[in-house]
Write a protein of this length. Structure first.
Length: 268
């Protein structure tokens, strides 16, 4: 029996933007370490807004987010970055950075001198690039990489932060079938007894295949949460996505989703 607090806990989290849009509505949940947690739901349901509140990139309107039992509300960005790393859906601008320079940015929260990294930092970055199969690309500009290579670089950058929690936003959205599986295999291998990953993704079958727990959102709220093989049903897809779909299991017992038709109203 342990009295350790959850790794991540949300307490009545709300996010309301300046234009009045209520993106996240009174969301509460928690989970511990060693978890790959899938966050799914239709576009605009609040997934990205919630993740940006977790690492305090967005100001929380009300409620609280706790990492290891400590609120993020009064933490500095560097303090949060030592606990939480972020993998965006895409890098908006690379400013000509090489692969090595991009991954090294993940060590920024630990640098005592803003301009100089230590030998230990360089060794960690090089070892991580080898682990993710990108060491041979270390001198290549980020904008010269394929989508799959770029995604691995962003994950490596988050990994060298040595976080307790990694937030990954739509890691496979621009990838083909092979690289989708490769990225999920990397994320699965990265989950450790002292770390968890929260990944927002549209591919429901992929989430069901790899995640221990799924959180399903609809219109800013939690619609369902639990073992994906139990909570992902045809009824849920109808209610959350307005889609008629078949949900089944293959010969290995893995859940799959086959969308059939949109069942909402058309506005032409």
């Amino acid at each position: 029996m342990t009295d350790d607090p959850p790794l991540l806990e949300l307490r009545g989290l709300n996010k309301v933007y300046d234009n009045g849009f209520h993106a996240v509505k009174d969301v509460s949940y928690k989970f511990g370490t060693g978890m790959l947690v899938g966050l799914i739901g239709p576009n605009g349901c609040g997934k990205t807004s919630m993740m940006r509140c977790i690492n305090h990139m967005h100001k929380i309107s009300s409620g609280d987010v706790l990492i290891d039992g400590e609120s993020v509300l009064n933490k500095t960005p560097a303090e949060i970055a030592r606990k939480v790393s972020n993998v965006p859906a895409e890098l908006k601008a690379s400013f000509g950075l090489t692969v090595f320079e991009t991954v090294m940015l993940g060590r920024y929260p630990y640098l005592k001198n803003i301009w100089w990294e230590t030998d230990e930092d360089e060794t960690l970055v090089e070892d991580t690039m080898k682990k993710f199969g990108i060491f041979n690309l270390k001198d290549r500009p980020l904008n010269m990489l394929s989508s799959g290579e770029r995604q691995r670089v962003l994950i490596a950058k988050a990994y060298v932060q040595e976080p307790r929690l990694m937030l990954v936003d739509e890691p496979t959205s621009h990838l083909d079938m092979k690289y989708k599986l490769e990225v999920m295999e990397y994320l699965t291998a990265m989950v450790k007894k002292d770390m968890s990953i929260l990944v927002a993704e549209h591919d429901i079958s992929l989430m069901a295949r790899y995640c221990k727990m799924c959180i399903i959102m609809k219109k800013g709220q939690i619609y369902a949460m639990g073992d994906p093989k139990e909570v992902i049903t045809e009824e849920l897809l109808q209610e959350v996505y307005e889609v008629s779909a078949s949900v089944g299991f293959d010969k290995d017992g893995e859940l799959f989703v086959l969308p059939k038709r949109y069942s909402g109203e058309y506005h032409l």
